[in-house]
Design a protein around this ligand. Structure first.
Ligand SMILES: Nc1ncnc2c1ncn2[C@@H]1O[C@H](COP(=O)(O)OP(=O)(O)OP(=O)(O)O)[C@@H](O)[C@H]1O
Length: 259
């Protein structure tokens, strides 16, 4: 399986705080990889280094074998890394389809010459992307009136407009109701399967993680303490201890399905 993303000894210190400490991992093509850990474990700091918002104190990041350590967010985005945020990033005053059209215009580097005709450009492709996330029926609605779960699906369509090789999703289901969470992650899993995109996501809801992740990495106090399959992580006493504060046992697969 080809390696899409690799970190080697990734480390970030803020003064005396080592937020991410010597983290090494690989993410393969078509993999849905979860990065979990308690509050303050270093997940966002790790993401920000992968996306270029933060420069590592030490260590390296490789994308498709190329060293992208310290490159700017724009350069990393240009190389095919998309990102969705905890707080959705859409233009509220524009319609759903216009948001996707703008992403396609940007992807095709047509921003300045396109503006007078923007509403006519890439409509078919935009509709295809909206269909992919189940939003085609809402194409002409303004983003300002969308339900939160729909905004998250739109954000996914916008990210896909850039045809990413790798998608970084920082708490994609934050603020969503449980049923919406499962639906959004199912959609993400379908996209990973159908398009061969690789996804790295952070998530606090363990049901979502266990239901959808192909593999799980666990950070605690900046250190990667476990990296394995859903079953390995579910049954790892160290993970249960540090992640949920000890004494807590994750639900088994059968119990989770019954819940
Ligand atoms: N810009 C910064 N300056 C100083 N310390 C920081 C900075 N950003 C993060 N930290 C510290 O680094 C550690 C890791 O924080 P980070 O936000 O990466 O954790 P997290 O796992 O994403 O947490 P959460 O789940 O709460 O979002 C914390 O101790 C945090 O206080």
């Amino acid at each position: 399986m080809s390696v899409v993303l690799e970190t080697r000894g990734l480390t970030k210190s803020f003064g005396g705080i080592v937020a991410v400490n010597d983290v090494s991992f690989q993410l393969h093509k078509g993999e849905l990889l979860a990065l979990i850990g308690p509050n303050g474990a270093g997940k966002s700091t790790c993401f920000n280094m992968l996306m270029g918002q933060l420069k590592p104190t030490r260590g390296s990041v490789f994308l498709m074998g190329d060293d992208i350590t310290g490159k700017s967010p724009r350069e990393i985005w240009r190389r095919g890394v998309g990102r969705t945020f905890q707080i959705t990033a859409t233009y509220a005053s524009m319609t759903v389809i216009e948001n996707v059209q703008m992403a396609l215009i940007s992807h095709n580097r047509q921003v300045f010459k396109a503006l007078p005709f923007a509403h006519r450009m890439h409509r078919d492709r935009a509709m295809d992307l909206l269909a992919m996330v189940g939003m085609e029926g809402q194409a002409e609605r303004h983003c300002a009136v969308l339900a939160y779960g729909d905004l998250k699906r739109l954000e996914l369509a916008i990210a896909l407009a850039h045809e990413p090789t790798l998608l970084l999703m920082d708490e994609p289901t934050a603020g969503m109701a449980p049923r919406e969470r499962i639906a959004l992650m199912q959609l993400t899993a379908d996209i990973v399967r159908d398009r061969g995109v690789s996804v790295l996501f952070t998530e606090h809801d363990m049901d979502v993680v266990f239901a959808h992740a192909h593999r799980i990495m666990v950070l605690n106090r900046g250190e990667l303490i476990a990296d394995g399959s859903v079953e390995q992580i579910r049954n790892d006493p160290r993970v249960q201890e540090v992640y949920l504060g000890g004494g807590t046992v994750f639900k088994s697969e059968d119990e989770a399905e019954d819940a």
